[in-house]
Design a protein around this ligand. Sequence first.
Ligand code: PEP
Ligand code: MN
Length: 388
Amino acid sequence: MSPSAIHPLPFSQWGLGLERPLVIAGPCSAESREQVLETALGIKQRTSQVQVFRAGVWKPRTRPGGFEGIGGPALAWLKEVKERTGLLTITEVATPAHVEACLKAGVDMLWIGARTTPNPFSVQAIADALRGTDIPVFVKNPVNPDLPLWVGALERLFDAGLKRVAAIHRGFHWFERTPYRNSPMWEIPVRLKATFPQLEMIGDPSHIAGNPGLLAPVAQQALDLNYSGLMIETHRLPSEARSDARQQIRPDTLAELLGSLEWRRASAEPALRDELQEHRDLIDRLDEEILQKLGARMEISERIGLFKQAHNIAILQPERWRQIMKAAHAFGKEQGLSANFIQALMDAIHDESIRRQTEVWEQERQAAGVQVSHGNGADPSGNKPDLA
Ligand code: PEP
Ligand code: MN
């Protein structure tokens, strides 16, 4: 099934009375009946913005020996939370047995964790266990910054017939130190939204930030990017939490945080639309001009390619490219463009330029009847050939 043929339902059509923005809060782990109930009641008393209560029942720990969750018996506590507070409940599943236990216990929604999403065997087993049910499932991004694995996990659920499916952005493990526990790498969830425009996505600032100090800016950035909601780890007494103690906040802090955020509209009201449209028209025209110019640039690249071929000069000219980059960075800076952006844009232009030059060389060779078994031949997959 191609991504464009997939139509996950918006929260409003999940039949659960969910409203955007959807806020999910609760402890990292369900630790005891008292901890679960006190946390849920504390949340319920202090804010009306939370619609769903979370708690991990089976905890995937990186190394053995830590608290691995209470398991099945904790599901009864979630049921009690629902009865006492009216909050819907959600927990993490990693195996068909977890799915079965949750369905039996009446948990309202499930999430697939960041350590499970990247494993196609596990996700397929979960999808098979879910086939024929219509329980809502959230899919966290994989721990590693690998968009296709995230897309693949979602596709396995869609293929199993699930329509109440959403994504959770919880950040990515990165080998270099960053201010975050898990680097947000916002461009990855943005690309996921481009793949599945209708997919609801919520942010998990707790696992991105890793500490309460960064929660607000990360949550705000998610809302500014039009996320459909947030999942925030909340514990009656964070310092005593048996997992993720450093990033959890108390229910009163949660209420303060939610009150301090600016909640964006998903789209403009009719009165604002005309003004927005004027800006959008301008952008559309500029985008057209940019693409036209790029098309012209690539034609010249091809001409240069033919010239190089005729004079037996190699395609890749590192010194020339170094000069181009230097000039682009200087000019880009004058235009107020960031160095990262200039680098990415010029790299893309360079890749395409090399691909086009390689292609014309190959066409010329074929026209001349020369057979080349491998090497600089244009790769029909569009991959850049190895020019080293
Ligand atoms: C969690 O939500 O507590 C959890 C284990 O998250 P993740 O899978 O994102 O690490
Ligand atoms: Mn956690």
